[in-house]
Ligand binder design. Structure first.
Ligand code: SAM
Length: 268
């Protein structure tokens, strides 16, 4: 049965507040699942199972699927999928490492069509909770995908870009039209892959680094010097000139490595 008819049969009431736009296109679902090499020893975490369109595809590849769904009214639909452990709770409130502690696996992926209203909190949680994930394949709003994968000196390059690129190599996989969802959202989407960077940069004080990055982009039109008034700018200025930048530089012109050097210089 087609996913669209399957959902209609359950007379399910969509909840906008949970970002419920369900995928109904077989090709897109297959492309998402096939973009990572899932085998029977792979643990896959899915955030927001919805009516299980993606979950059904994932359990064909591995029996080690752990899904999260905040909306308990989806339980009758999701109960039709055997072989997945679905936790009906808010992903953001869970202790993920505890939820998976009894599962043996060789590699772990997160594969999800994200609830867009909490994209950044979800990615931050994955990082902060130190979830041992190898690759993350997520569908996000197109504009967010543009920001995550932006190159330095482009209009989309911002603090989110620097933050994510510190932890992950970001790859845009493919564009997804708003027409393949039920109900149809107002925005287009993109599927991206985040691959954990193994050799992270030497940061003396990660919190200071993230604070500097946030502060640097606070007012996009202002120069770095204006945004970073509360820091010792003499030290920052020395680092900038080392990389050929003068004091009128704006944050969007600065590659992540330079932000790291600035943070480390201010830490030592
Ligand atoms: N995976 C399904 C699909 O592709 O058709 C549904 C994707 S839909 C964009 C996002 C899903 O995330 C919804 O089912 C929504 O109820 C669920 N969700 C929203 N907030 C959540 C949260 N905090 N924790 C877990 N699930 C959540």
């Amino acid at each position: 049965m087609e996913q669209k008819d399957f959902i209609t049969n359950y007379n399910f009431k969509f909840k906008k507040k949970y970002g419920q736009n369900f995928l109904i296109d077989e090709n897109i679902l297959n492309n998402i699942v096939n973009s990572v090499d899932i085998d029977s020893e792979t643990l896959v975490i899915e955030i927001g199972c919805g009516a299980g369109a993606l979950t059904k595809k994932l359990v064909l590849k591995t029996k080690k699927v752990v899904g999260y769904e905040i909306d308990k009214t989806l339980k009758p639909i999701l109960d039709t999928i055997s072989d997945a452990k679905i936790i009906f709770d808010d992903f953001l409130n869970r202790d993920i490492n505890k939820d998976i502690e009894n599962i043996n696996y060789k590699k772990m992926f997160i594969v999800s069509n994200l609830p867009y209203y909490i994209t950044t909190p979800i990615i931050s949680k994955i990082i902060n909770d130190k979830i041992d994930v190898n690759k993350i394949v997520i569908m996000v709003q197109k504009e967010v995908g543009d920001r995550l994968s932006a190159k330095v000196n482009s209009k989309d390059y911002g603090s989110l870009t620097v933050f994510i690129n510190y932890y992950f190599k970001v790859k845009k996989l493919f564009f997804v039209s708003k027409n393949v969802f039920l109900p149809k959202p107002n925005v287009d989407s993109v599927v991206i892959m985040l691959e954990k960077k193994e050799n992270k940069y030497d940061l003396i004080n990660p919190n200071l680094f993230f604070k500097i990055v946030r502060d640097s982009f606070l007012h996009k039109r202002k120069t770095l010097k204006n945004n970073l008034k509360s820091y010792n700018f003499e030290i920052i200025s020395n680092v900038l000139s080392e990389y050929g930048f003068n004091d009128n530089v704006r944050a969007e012109q600065i590659p992540m490595e330079v932000f790291i050097k600035i943070a480390n210089s201010l830490s030592s």
